[in-house]
Write a protein of this length. Structure first.
Length: 135
C-alpha cells in the first residue's frame, strides 16, 4: 500500500455516530494505563485485527504524549522499536481527528509503520485540512 492509497483511505467520510473506546480508563494510575494499552496493542496485532490495532496504537500514543518528558522516556524504553514506530506514526497522523481511524477500510499499523517520517507529516497535514473542510 503506497502513500496515495493510504491518503485515500484515511480521508473517507465518517457516518457521524462513531466513538473510540480506550483500552484504559483515564482515572487509572499511569502504570496500569500503560500496561493495559500496550497489552491491548500487542494482542490486537497478534490477532491481526487491523482496526483494533490502529485504535490501540493511537491510545498508547496519546498516553505517551500526555506525559512529561522524563516519564514519557521511561515508558518508551519499555516498548520495542517495532511497536514505538507504529504508535508514534499512528498517533501523529490521527491526533487532529482520531475518529477518522474508524473510517479507514484498508490502512493498518503495519502500513503506517513502513512510511517515511515526511509522509507521516504530510498525512497529518492532509487530515487537518480535511477535518477543517468538513467543518
Amino acid at each position: 500500500m503506497d502513500y496515495e492509497d493510504i491518503i485515500l483511505d484515511i480521508l473517507e467520510p465518517l457516518s457521524g455516530d462513531e466513538q473510540l473506546i480506550s483500552p484504559y480508563d483515564d482515572n487509572m494510575d499511569k502504570k496500569t494505563q500503560f500496561s493495559l494499552a500496550f497489552k491491548a496493542l500487542r494482542r490486537s496485532t497478534q490477532l491481526k485485527s487491523r482496526l483494533l490495532s490502529l485504535i490501540n496504537a493511537y491510545f498508547l500514543g496519546k498516553f505517551l504524549q500526555n506525559l512529561g518528558i522524563k516519564e514519557r522516556n521511561k515508558y518508551r524504553k519499555k516498548i520495542t522499536t517495532h511497536y514505538l514506530v507504529m504508535v508514534d506514526y499512528t498517533f501523529d497522523i490521527f491526533e487532529p481527528k482520531p475518529l477518522q481511524l474508524l473510517a479507514t477500510r484498508l490502512v493498518s499499523v503495519q502500513h503506517l509503520k513502513k512510511l517515511k517520517r515526511e509522509d507521516v507529516t504530510k498525512l497529518r497535514e492532509e487530515l487537518i485540512f480535511f477535518a477543517g473542510a468538513q467543518n
